[in-house]
Design a protein around this ligand. Structure first.
Ligand SMILES: [Zn+2]
Length: 115
């Protein structure tokens, strides 16, 4: 079935993605028929990749938080009333906070960019 190109009015195939005469980009027929506003097909892919990146950072933050928690527990287990909490506990606390900050940042950024 032939339709006329909206740009140059040449008869072109309904299945053609672009007009062979003027290069006008014709929308995919299925979407036009149903009257659905056409979104560029590449965009969702990009968003998904970006979301995946944030999820990866989120995972790193969660891992760091967990490591910090474990280090903190070990540190607290080793601490005695005489010496106070050892370096391991402080290191754990530091790792824990860093992990939490990374996790929350990734979460907020993921939400901010993708709704
Ligand atoms: Zn044309």
């Amino acid at each position: 079935m032939l339709v006329s190109c909206p740009d140059c009015e040449h008869k072109i195939s309904r299945r053609a993605e672009s007009c062979p005469f003027c290069g006008y980009r014709v929308l995919p027929p299925a979407r036009v028929e149903r009257g659905i506003p056409v979104a560029p097909p590449l965009e969702p892919v990009t968003i998904q990749q970006t979301a995946k990146r944030w999820k990866k950072i989120q995972l790193w933050g969660a891992a760091l938080t967990l490591i910090g928690l474990i280090l903190g527990m070990i540190g607290l287990g080793l601490s005695s009333p005489l010496t106070g909490p050892p370096v391991v506990a402080l290191l754990g606390l530091l790792t824990l906070s860093a992990g939490l900050v990374i996790f929350i940042t990734a979460r907020v950024c993921g939400w901010w960019y993708h709704g």
